[in-house]
Design a protein around this ligand. Structure first.
Ligand code: HEM
Length: 416
């Protein structure tokens, strides 16, 4: 259980001073980038924090000091209500990571946000993604065929870090040789490892992306980066800087999320033989499997900056304060979904906010859904039954986007 006492939480260089007069039972010792205490399980860790208090919102001194919304309705409100909760800053610590993250469209609020977002919608909505599906299927089959006869694989390294990333590189028409560098830069925003500052990560992104956009502006290529250079807002073309900020946003959004979502899903399925058996026997269950994975395994806890002093759950959040809103806790609220930890293909209704809520709701969700569905179809054709290799220490990672450490699964060799 996460401790909610102030013990050992005296302000230090790393720990911020609590807002004046804040009751001690509102203060939690919770670092979103390193949240684990008893459990290595991201979803249970968020639930433990929620269960440790009756409050709908708490405050942590980590990462510059910020609020954490714990109530499912409040979390959805924070994402959707830009008049109180601005996306100008979405990362903590606000003064370092937040300041470095001025990407478009996430850091813009409505109404300014809308014309920029339209450019992404036109290129990421389901009709555009349909065209990618034969390539997604071909690469999925090729990757699985590459290891199926081994009877085992490191799922994260051999599949989850391959398929979505390579498809993303096709979408933006960049050579896969750039992948390790871009993935590392994207991760520095969502789960920083301390190897560079957020400012350095932004500077590296700019250095990498600027010449590519210059080369693509005016070209007749059909990739997403070229489409961004052709984008128009308020009756004029995007400036070079706007195009750059949007291109980087797409890379940060697209390079980390599906990888980890696939990792979480397969780790859970590997421990759910009954679910596997049902999917193997009835392919109509693939879509409910994708939908249930989206409900059970949300992984984003993004932030907002308070626009003006506002009362929430009996406390005053001050203008400029930051609030983190874990999407995990919407789906895992028993009032939203019965027996929320259960992976249940038969749910009549699924309530979640894995893709956020309101104006910034993820435009990449069609690509994510499509990759997941094709992956499961091709996987169950070849590997209908699999399990975790015993004796592993399964570890999750905290962060704005939660993650899964590499893990091994195995299957009977003859099933290949
Ligand atoms: C399972 C996979 C994914 C999940 C769980 C996910 C989740 C989210 C969430 C929660 C947000 C809202 C953040 C906020 O309001 O602070 C968001 C926004 C965004 N996502 Fe995704 N995402 C996924 C995949 C993708 C992919 C594949 C792409 C790109 C191809 C992408 C691009 C973006 C962009 C550009 C935004 C900002 C939208 C805006 O500001 O209007 N995402 N995503």
């Amino acid at each position: 259980m996460t401790e909610t006492t102030l013990a050992n939480l005296e302000p230090t260089a790393e720990l911020a001073t609590p807002p004046a007069g804040l009751a001690k039972d509102r203060i939690v010792d919770f670092d979103i980038y390193n949240p684990f205490t008893d459990s290595n399980d991201l979803h249970r860790t968020w639930m433990d924090l929620q269960a440790s208090t009756d409050h709908k919102i708490v405050w942590t001194p980590h990462n510059g000091g910020h609020w954490i919304a714990l109530d499912s309705d409040l979390i959805v409100q924070v994402y959707a209500d830009h008049e109180r909760f601005s996306s100008f800053n979405v990362l903590v610590p606000k003064d370092t990571a937040g300041e470095a993250y001025r990407f478009i469209p996430l850091s813009l609020n409505p109404p300014e946000h809308q014309p920029y977002r339209k450019i992404l919608n036109e290129n990421l909505y389901s009709s555009s993604i349909k065209k990618l599906e034969p390539g997604i299927r071909e690469l999925t089959a090729e990757l699985i065929d590459g290891f199926v006869d081994n009877g085992q694989c490191n799922f994260v390294e051999e599949f989850a870090e391959q398929l979505p990333l390579r498809i993303f590189m096709q979408l933006v028409d960049l050579d896969v040789e750039h992948l390790p560098k871009l993935k590392h830069l994207a991760d520095e925003f969502t789960r920083p490892d301390g190897s560079m500052t957020p400012q350095e990560a932004t500077a590296e992104f700019i250095r990498f992306t600027t010449p590519i956009l210059q080369e693509r502006r005016g070209s007749d290529r059909s990739d997403l980066l070229t489409a961004i250079t052709r984008g128009e807002v308020f009756g004029r073309p995007l400036t070079d800087e706007e195009a750059l900020r949007m291109a980087i946003q797409v890379m940060v959004g697209g390079l980390d999320t599906v990888v980890n979502f696939m990792g979480f899903t397969v780790q859970l399925l590997a421990q759910s033989p009954d679910v596997q058996a049902r999917i193997a026997a009835d392919r109509k269950l693939i879509t409910p499997t994708v939908n249930e994975a989206l409900r059970r395994l949300p992984l984003v806890a993004s932030g907002r900056e308070i626009v003006h002093d506002t009362e929430v759950d009996g406390v005053t959040l001050r203008k400029g304060d930051m609030v983190i809103s874990p999407t995990e806790l919407v789906a895992l609220d028993p009032d939203m979904n019965d027996d929320p930890l259960r992976f249940d293909l038969d749910r009549k209704q699924r309530k979640h906010a894995i893709f956020g809520s309101g104006p910034h709701t993820c435009p990449g969700q069609f690509l994510a859904r499509s990759e997941m569905k094709i992956f499961l179809e091709e996987w169950f054709d070849r590997i209908p039954s699999f399990e975790l290799v015993p004796g592993q220490n399964l570890r999750h990672r905290g962060g704005i986007v939660g993650g899964v450490e590499p893990f091994m699964i195995r299957w009977p060799a003859q099933s290949g």
